[in-house]
Design a protein around this ligand. Structure first.
Ligand SMILES: NC(=O)c1ccc[n+]([C@@H]2O[C@H](COP(=O)([O-])OP(=O)(O)OC[C@H]3O[C@@H](n4cnc5c(N)ncnc54)[C@H](OP(=O)(O)O)[C@@H]3O)[C@@H](O)[C@H]2O)c1
Length: 210
């Protein structure tokens, strides 16, 4: 749906990076339900690779869990076209439908996540099912000028955005910030050399209750 697979494939070829050093995710647009195999085949051709690392159902097709799509995903994984398969924007009830139909939970549910959306119960529901929550729109949904974030950032000599991204990591949530600016792309990645205290994590969790 983003229309960037051919671009990504060209970038990977031009950069000459080892395929094993990159983690490639792509998605099945909801209107491609029923055409799963043709869609992943076209994605792989555009990306110039024989497998993706993660393939996601972008949205529940027609707002329904759609176990037939999930079965096609598992078959594609079993055939080596994706290392791991998952979903995006699914509720836990819809995930339960997939598990009931196939006995297999998605590896990942990619959903909006940020301090304002922090929901310990939803996170626990995913973990009980063995599903990794991957957070999207981590910064868009956050007031980066919040004084609580600014205070924590100053203590660690980092930016409020880095505090938010590190907070995801502290919760074990893979996070996928987007930036078109090289300096921000670099700083958004540079979050592994500091950690938040339990009190700081709780303070950022608390932003969801304001
Ligand atoms: N599964 C889904 O349905 C779904 C839906 C939405 C998004 N996503 C995924 O999630 C990824 C990120 O989501 P998103 O783009 O919605 O939200 P985001 O990453 O939270 O926010 C992006 C915005 O934050 C700005 N930004 C980035 N780094 C910053 C920094 N260090 N300081 C201040 N501002 C910063 C960006 O501006 P600049 O570009 O100008 O830096 C851009 O305006 C996307 O790549 C997309 O693949 C998935």
């Amino acid at each position: 749906m983003y229309g960037n697979e051919a671009e990504m494939g060209r970038a990977l070829r031009d950069a000459g990076v080892d395929r094993r050093d990159v983690f490639i995710t792509t998605k099945l647009p909801p209107d491609r339900a029923g055409g799963e195999r043709a869609t992943i085949t076209a994605s792989l051709r555009a990306l110039g690779t024989d497998h993706v690392d993660l393939w996601l159902v972008h949205w529940p097709p027609g707002r329904a869990a759609t176990p037939s799509t999930w079965e096609a995903f598992l078959a594609a994984r079993d055939d080596g076209l994706a290392r791991v398969v998952g979903v995006s924007n699914y509720s836990t009830a819809q995930i339960d439908e997939l598990i009931a139909a196939t006995g297999e939970a998605p590896a990942v549910n990619q959903i909006p996540w940020s301090p304002a959306r922090f929901d310990a119960r939803l996170l626990a529901e995913h973990r009980q099912r063995g599903v990794v929550v991957e957070g999207y729109s981590p910064l868009k949904g956050t007031n980066l000028g919040d004084p609580a974030l600014a205070a924590i950032a100053a203590r660690h000599a980092v930016t409020p955005a880095q505090v938010v991204l590190r907070w995801h990591v502290e919760h074990g949530i893979p996070v996928i910030p987007k930036s078109a600016r090289p300096d921000r792309i670099a700083s958004n990645l540079d979050i592994l050399d500091f950690s938040l205290t339990a009190e700081e994590i709780a303070a950022v969790d608390g932003l969801s209750r304001r």
